[in-house]
Design a protein around this ligand. Structure first.
Ligand code: N01
Length: 532
């Protein structure tokens, strides 16, 4: 006879930043919460993405938990933007500090989840058996299902190949090797300078150039760290109230209202601040074509001034999308890497990779030979991890079917027909358009308070109404189409995955506004939900 399924109050899928914090909050409430994760270690995206050069491109003093003041004050980041090993150390420290490990089950993959109407709970299937839980939380991340394009012939490649999001533990030594890399997104832009410094030769296959802003990374300045820690509470509040979940000042003037000299000076100032602050230089960069073009041309001029071969520089200049509408990249020495004699840039825009051969790949009728090939080809973003599990709600309705033409949600957190399911930083929430840490903490706190409230009221289910969901879907769409973002063939639009519906996935209305909406929904008796 099969054993009874293990019973939890809350099952959380994913031991990354959001899963760990949610576990901590729910346990403090006295609930039996439990995490499962397919990885052999916690850390979520920071476990899997261990490619050379992997580091956060949001400043670590902002990209870190704010919920515990002692943790915040005691932890010191060694650089302005921490690298992957340091972020993983931080997450492990958090797991130990709050004694979370006993409620985390690793190497456990959830394959299916079914809402049991009669028992008002979720029946969840994993590779290690069945589990039940009243509340089912997908904390599976927005960028956790790697996209590996199905190039013909990959199985016959005799060298080694790697996806950046499933990098071997212990790293790879490329010394003396001919290496090829496919992709020029944020990941590739971080890893290309590192691999180029080690390999005998690196060939970069670029389908679409991206805009990249320098990180200006460096050792943490103790005085700057102390100054920030002295006002940590205020800066966290600023992050939560602003549009991006970060703390840089948002301009309220338009790029076209100032003189060309003033505009250039502001772009120059933001360029030297580094990172995403650049996009906030003027408030119409993401809504007005002409304004956007001034920022785009500023970056192109930086590329032209950095890359010594004018033909290579021009290939690296993006023209096909407004700046920022594909996620801005943040780099250390990316453009200068193309001045190295051992780096070649191959434009594959009009000559897609035809096939992988025993010794390399063919594009434009030319074969390139490699010892190793790196896929920096991104992710099935935002919906990939949610749809990897066969989730079935009321009356057996499949989430895959419901989302076949694109996701539907209320607040990017819940789905009509799927009671007691929460999608952390899901499609329809600010998530990837913000400092993820701010959005993660906001979702964790909202879900924790929602479950706590219902438990206190002895209510067992919460479900978004069809009307609230339809209104939210429309609002997410309207906010996106008031900007230039839907113009780009980006992963925000699902455009990087063949056959994926083109829908603008995140909520672009801003973190502060979104947080107020969520708080208002809760304060008004969970408006738009049926609670039973
Ligand atoms: O993935 P991407 P990523 N043939 O999708 C190319 C986050 N992140 O892993 O643009 C040839 O951006 C594709 O070309 P194109 C961050 O949010 C955060 O780099 O589709 N090329 C593109 O160049 C980021 O935005 C950090 O034409 C193909 C590349 O592969 C997100 O992760 C660090 C191809 C994929 O770029 C994803 O970044 C790194 C094909 N068939 C990443 N298919 C932090 O620091 C795809 N490409 C927090």
């Amino acid at each position: 006879m099969a054993a009874d399924p293990e019973r939890h109050d809350v099952l959380i899928v994913g031991a990354g930043f959001s899963g760990l914090y949610l576990l901590h909050r729910l346990r403090q409430r006295g609930l039996r919460a439990h995490i499962v994760d397919r990885a052999p270690s916690g850390g979520g995206t920071w476990y899997w993405n261990r490619y050379p050069g992997c580091r956060c491109d949001v400043e670590s003093m902002t990209y870190s938990y704010s919920f515990d003041e002692e943790l915040e004050q005691e932890w010191s980041w060694s650089t302005r933007y921490a690298d992957q090993p340091e972020i993983l150390r931080y997450l492990n420290h958090v797991a130990d500090r709050f004694d979370l490990r006993g409620d985390i089950q690793l190497e456990t993959t959830v394959t299916a989840a079914q809402w049991d109407e009669d028992a008002s709970l979720w029946r969840v299937t994993t590779n290690r058996g069945a589990v039940t839980a009243r509340w089912f939380v997908m904390a599976t991340g927005c960028l956790s299902v790697p996209n590996t394009p199905r190039f013909a012939g990959l199985d016959r490649f005799e060298g080694a190949w790697y996806h950046t999001a499933a990098w071997p533990d212990g790293g790879v030594d490329f010394t003396g090797q001919r290496v090829g890399i496919i992709g020029t997104g944020s990941t590739a832009i971080q890893t290309i300078p590192q691999v180029a410094a080690q390999a005998e030769h690196l060939t970069v296959f670029q389908r679409t150039p991206n805009f990249s802003i320098p990180a200006w990374n460096g050792p943490m300045d103790p005085a700057a760290e102390a100054a920030r820690k002295a006002v940590y509470r205020e800066t966290r509040t600023t992050a939560r109230r602003g549009p991006t979940g970060d703390i840089w000042p948002e301009s309220t003037s338009t790029a076209l209202a100032v003189s060309a000299e003033e505009r250039e000076a502001e772009y120059e100032r933001r360029w030297h601040q580094g990172s995403f602050s650049f996009l906030s230089a003027f408030d119409d960069i993401t809504t007005d074509d002409t304004a956007n073009e001034t920022a785009a041309e500023f970056v192109r001029n930086k590329i032209r001034a950095t890359v010594t071969d004018p033909a290579v520089a021009e290939l690296l200049c993006p023209y096909d999308h407004p700046l920022g509408t594909k996620r801005l990249c943040v780099d250390t020495d990316y453009y200068t890497t193309f001045n190295r004699p051992n780096v070649t840039l191959v434009d594959i825009k009009d000559a897609p990779i035809e096939e992988i051969t025993e010794s390399g790949l063919i594009t434009g009728g030319t074969e390139y030979a490699f010892d190793s090939l790196i896929f920096a080809t991104g992710f099935d973003s935002m919906t990939g991890a949610l749809l990897a599990v066969d989730i079935r709600g009321r009356d057996g309705q499949s989430l895959r079917d419901l989302w076949a033409e694109g996701p539907h949600s209320y607040l990017g957190l819940t789905v009509h027909g799927f009671p007691n399911l929460f999608t952390m930083t899901g499609p329809g929430s600010p998530s990837v358009l913000s400092n993820m840490m701010t959005s993660i903490e906001q979702h964790v706190e909202w879900v924790d308070e929602c479950i706590g409230h219902l438990t206190d009221q002895q209510q067992t289910t919460i479900e978004a109404t069809a009307d609230a969901q339809a209104d939210w879907d429309q609002h997410v769409h309207d906010e996106a189409y008031a900007t230039l973002y839907p113009r780009a063939a980006s992963w925000y639009m699902g455009a990087n995955i063949p056959g994926k519906p083109r829908v603008f996935l995140p909520y672009i209305g801003g973190v502060g506004k979104y947080t107020e909406i969520c708080a208002d929904v809760a304060a008004n008796g969970y408006r738009g939900f049926v609670v039973a």
